[in-house]
Design a protein around this ligand. Structure first.
Ligand code: NAD
Length: 359
């Protein structure tokens, strides 16, 4: 019997990278019954919601989803479908492995980092109050009452940053479990506890407590601004990083930059009752429908999915095929061309063809 998987093709470059990934995963011979469900900007225009019930129902049924990127309007418009799906299915752990592939355009080699980002709390909890509304005015009043010294002006928009003991504990435990199961040596907790004592301070306190239960794994912590500099200067000193939601988001892109760009950065969102696999990159609307962008990040996310489904051999084959095509350097997309390389880049579809041929 095959595995049932929901496939969300997304918008922008989504459908192109989704199709490339589906073809590669199918080519491994692992039997997948794809339940194709569309969501995002175009669906919003057609159905009045970017995330119809049928998509959620499909995810509830199948428990495993491969998702291509979906556009989120900036400032106004609907809230992020990506964030909603992660919250709805309590996919609390976002796992983003970052390693350099030979042949990728990067100033660094031998980077092998894993980012474990908390996915449900922090400033991403979606608790926001628009400026000049009665709700924002009430919150400002309460803040003035409870914290008389607080400098909060009128006409302020307000976002709330909740970080709980339970939320912090389960993500740090996930990071240590991952480290133990995957032969990793060290976990670094990242925070800004010197400034945000009751949220990031709590995260750090819980991380220290969890670390004592895993004596075989080294533990340390870094303040997030220092972490950014350290990663740029000495990425080889780090192994598994565990972070609250917002820092995890930002550091993920920083690390994608270290390994040669968003085109090769995969990701997984994992909870107790299901998982959703997606690239770190977004929908890059300016490149939509051009058969131009790199499909590798979503294909590598597909490999993470195969591993999650217990198909380790197929997952390894996909990873090795991607690595071989990148190292070969012939059939790669525009973002993988180094300056001075006069070879013409190939398109999304052709790069996927090359990966399939290498399988
Ligand atoms: P983006 O990741 O879509 O694109 C930024 C730039 O990175 C692109 O212009 C392109 O130069 C490069 N890039 C991205 N993916 C690439 C690929 N596969 N191959 C080659 N180059 C690639 O980021 P953005 O422009 O900030 O966001 C666009 C939209 O995507 C926004 O609406 C945002 O909210 C959304 N987004 C969605 C997700 C998701 O679905 N999980 C994640 C991030 C952003």
């Amino acid at each position: 019997m095959g595995h049932n998987v929901t496939l969300i093709r997304g918008d922008g470059i989504g459908p192109e990278v989704a199709e490339a990934t589906r073809r590669v995963v199918n080519a491994t011979g692992v039997k997948i019954d794809w339940d194709i469900q569309d969501a995002g900007v175009d669906v919003h225009a057609r159905e009045g919601t970017p995330l119809p019930e049928r998509v959620k129902e499909s995810m509830k049924r199948n428990k495993v989803c491969l998702k291509a990127p979906i556009t989120t309007p900036v400032g106004t418009g609907f809230r992020s479908v990506n964030v909603e799906l992660r919250k709805l299915f309590d996919l609390y752990a976002c796992l983003r492995p970052c390693r350099t592939y030979q042949g990728v355009r990067s100033r660094y080699d031998k980077i092998d980092l894993v980012i474990v980002r908390e996915n449900t709390e922090d400033l991403y909890a979606g608790i926001e109050f628009k400026r000049d509304t009665p709700e924002a005015a009430r919150i400002i009043e309460v803040i003035k009452e409870l914290s008389p010294g607080a400098k909060i002006r009128e006409h302020a928009g307000i976002s709330i940053k909740p970080i709980s003991v339970e939320g912090a504990r389960r993500i740090v435990e996930f990071a240590f479990d991952f480290a133990e199961k995957n032969g990793r040596k060290k976990v670094t907790a990242v925070h800004k506890a010197n400034i945000m004592k009751f949220t990031d301070g709590l995260f750090l306190e819980v991380a220290r407590e969890v670390a004592t239960k895993h004596p075989k794994i080294e533990f340390e912590d870094r303040i997030v601004d220092n972490m950014c500099m350290q990663l740029v200067q000495y990425p080889e000193r780090y192994d598994v990083l565990v972070l609250p939601n917002l820092y995890g988001d930002i550091i993920s892109d920083l690390c994608a930059g270290l390994i040669g760009g968003l085109g090769v950065a995969p990701g997984a969102n994992i909870g107790l009752n299901g998982a959703m696999f997606e690239a770190v990159h977004g929908s890059a609307p300016k490149y939509a429908n051009q058969n131009k962008v790199n499909p590798t990040a979503l294909i590598l996310s597909g490999a993470l999915m195969l591993e999650y489904l217990g198909e380790k051999l197929a997952a390894d084959r996909v990873q090795k095929a991607c690595a071989a095509v990148i190292a070969d350097g012939k059939d790669v997309t525009y973002d993988m061309r180094t300056a001075g390389d006069s070879r013409k880049p190939v398109g999304t579809k052709e790069m996927a063809d090359a990966i399939i041929a290498r399988l």
